[in-house]
Design a protein around this ligand. Structure first.
Ligand code: NCD
Length: 383
């Protein structure tokens, strides 16, 4: 068994804290660790576009004194000739000591991790998860606020196809934060992820959200997540000021037909940040931004997104360093079990439809172990 990181659920809370602490140590002197992993070889297998994730992983390995081989896009890899992911992964597994995979299908990292002997790290699998971005986000929030416990964080934008928020919501809840989901119309948080969070003990409440006039077309409906929430039906930003707003772009490339979605959430600009409700609110974004945040606020001390991007290097140094320790799995077992053929998912966007993947389901019941969505809602599976 190796230390794969497919989902944020693979890490126990103490694994996360240990990684963030290790990242703190690296960030104190990112240039001072080139003697740490001499000869270690990272393969970055990116079958979907990336700037930050790939470059920060590669920078992290080089900063640890290791080396990197890369396949930076699907066009330059044999997947454009029709090679299956399974074959590509088996081969790269023979070349490198650790693989970071980005792929357009949900569950691709699960499949790769199950096939590879070497550790596989999920650098983003379709609209499903992005656990290493979550480590970067937690690191940034912990640095700014000195804690995660008790924070009130708004996750904002495309919550359906934006994979970063799926992993981040789980982690924030586990560390005792309250989360408000505010999505663009039609881009609500996936029900499979909500079920998973509820299973982990989170309560959810539909709330009517109101706030200052620059907040746009109010009131909006949102979903509040947390523990011991009571039964709230409304939330006013003037009374409950967010510690952070985590903005995401509409993932146009994943929308059916590639069409843009209507936006109702306001652009985060100087006027928006002038509201008393947001006087102390940190603004995060996994980037790239495409108009959700005006560049005029970039120099504002509340704008953390470039600080957040820079944290990618020490956080990924910590992760690679831990993965290369080769001391077995993380604290918890992966949330999947082998299942019968009848439960095959084959939903569009799920790797199990694109490849002959062995059927897997979630330990928590009738959800696909690759894409996380309910088997019951799968039109291809008889009830
Ligand atoms: C995100 C991603 O790829 O999911 N980017 C990143 O890794 N920092 C967010 C996005 O593409 O919108």
């Amino acid at each position: 068994m190796t230390r794969d990181l497919v989902s944020i659920s693979d890490l126990r809370d103490d694994d996360v804290v240990a990684l963030l602490d290790r990242a703190d140590r690296f960030s104190a002197d990112v240039r001072g660790h080139t003697g740490r992993r001499p000869g270690a070889l990272l393969a970055t297998l990116f079958l979907e576009p990336s700037t930050r994730t790939r470059l920060s992983f590669e920078a992290a390995m080089l900063r640890l004194g290791g080396r990197v081989v890369t396949s930076a896009d699907a066009k330059s890899s044999s997947s454009s000739k029709g090679e299956t992911l399974a074959d590509t992964v088996r081969m790269v597994d023979g070349y490198a000591d650790v693989i970071v995979l980005r792929h357009p299908s949900a569950g691709a990292a699960r499949l790769a991790a199950d096939l590879a002997v070497r550790p596989v790290v999920n650098g983003g699998d379709g609209g499903r998860e992005h656990p290493t971005q979550t480590l970067v986000d937690l690191f940034t929030l912990r640095r700014r606020f000195g804690r995660l416990e008790g924070l009130f964080v708004v996750l904002w934008g495309d919550l359906r196809f934006g994979r970063t928020t799926h992993s981040l919501a789980e982690a924030l809840l586990r560390f005792g934060a309250r989360v408000l989901l505010l999505s663009e119309p039609g881009l609500e948080f996936p029900s499979g992820v909500l079920d998973h969070l509820r299973h982990g003990g989170a309560e959810t409440a539909d709330v009517e959200v109101s706030g200052p006039p620059t907040f746009g077309a109010l009131p909006l409906r949102g979903v509040l997540l947390g523990r011991a929430l009571g039964r709230p039906t409304a939330l006013n930003f003037d009374q409950e000021r967010p510690n952070a707003i985590y903005v995401t772009r509409v993932q146009a490339e994943r929308l059916p037909g590639g069409v843009g979605a209507a936006r109702r959430l306001p652009t985060v600009d100087r006027r928006f940040l002038a509201e008393a409700a947001f006087a102390e609110t940190a603004i995060l974004h996994p980037l790239p931004r495409v108009g959700e945040i005006a560049p005029e606020i970039d120099a504002d001390p509340r704008a953390l997104y470039f600080v957040q991007a820079a944290a990618g290097v020490p956080v990924r140094m910590a992760l690679l360093d831990a993965v290369l320790d080769d001391v077995g799995t993380w604290g918890g077992p992966p949330d999947v079990v082998a299942t019968t053929d009848r439960s095959r998912c084959e939903r569009q966007g799920c790797i199990s439809g694109a490849e002959a993947a062995p059927p897997l389901s979630s330990r928590q019941g009738a959800r696909c172990g690759y894409c996380g969505e309910s088997f019951a809602r799968n039109p291809h599976v008889a009830d």
